[in-house]
Design a protein around this ligand. Structure first.
Ligand code: AMP
Length: 248
């Protein structure tokens, strides 16, 4: 069974985000970047299935600038067999990503496509459902557990107030919750071995897709600054303070 895993390069959530002076977007200059954590969980799940013998080949794909090579090297070090970089000046919108992944899937013929449930930079959570719809494949999104048996996937999804379990015939699209798998720590030999694996670069035109933007980002704003905490002596003082703040 062959799995295609989409990995996006995103800002490291542990580093403070800076906005551009004109608030036209996030200032990525000098920002530490990493593999999207949801994609890392998706890839870890696929690598564990490969180690168990249910998946035979893992192909990683990233869409964006040349720097995505670093993300793909990380994926190769984790256990992907080969990788594609689909060259795009900026990370395209979810529909364009879904169209590019569909075109690559038509070339590569995977049995399974695994994505993160959302990219931690834009929080769209749109790409996996769009991709499944474009391919006409069943989807199991926000998966916290996936079992593979007799060409059927059993996908457990966290839903409001409980869990839902779906059975999907292959080929299928799944998107990973962080609970799906705990990513492994990479060791130097794995990182060195990853350098020997191939990353093939494709242009969107080779896949017959023009990833033109359909949305215009009007601006971004930081969250309102939190007021400093106040220490109160007792409950009476707390109630008085809450009344003063206009709280019931
Ligand atoms: P989104 O719909 O933007 O929240 O992204 C959901 C998932 O789609 C991500 O977790 C990735 O698996 C995949 N994805 C989105 N954008 C890209 C990209 N530029 N390169 C590779 N995968 C992507």
């Amino acid at each position: 069974m062959k799995a295609l895993v989409a990995v996006k390069r995103v800002p490291d959530g542990n580093a403070p985000l800076r906005l551009k002076m004109d608030c036209s977007g996030v200032d990525l200059a000098g920002m530490p970047m990493r593999i999207n954590p949801f994609d890392e969980a998706a890839l870890e799940w696929a690598v564990q299935r490969k180690e168990a013998g249910t998946i035979s080949e893992i192909v990683a794909v990233s869409i964006g600038g040349n720097a995505c090579q670093e993300t793909l090297r990380h994926a190769l070090a984790m256990g992907a067999d080969r990788a594609f970089l689909i060259a795009a000046e900026h990370a395209p919108e979810p529909l364009a990503v879904a169209k590019l992944l569909r075109a690559l899937a038509e070339r590569e013929q995977p049995d399974l496509i695994v994505l993160g449930k959302q990219a931690s930079d834009d929080d769209n959570a749109q790409t996996a459902p769009m991709l499944a719809a474009l391919l006409g494949w069943p989807q199991g999104v926000f998966a916290s557990n996936v079992a593979l048996e007799n060409n059927t996937l059993q996908v457990t999804r966290e839903i409001e107030g409980g869990q839902e379990v779906l059975a999907l015939p292959l080929p299928a699209v799944i998107s990973a919750d962080l609970r799906l798998a705990n990513p492994r720590y990479l060791k130097l030999p794995q990182l060195l071995q990853a350098k020997k694996k191939t990353i093939e670069t494709l242009n969107p035109s080779e896949l017959g897709v023009a990833p033109a933007p359909r949305l215009e980002l009007l601006g971004v704003a930081p969250p309102p600054a939190r007021k400093p905490a106040v220490k109160v002596a007792d409950a009476r003082e707390l109630v008085a303070l809450l009344r003063q703040e206009g709280l019931p």
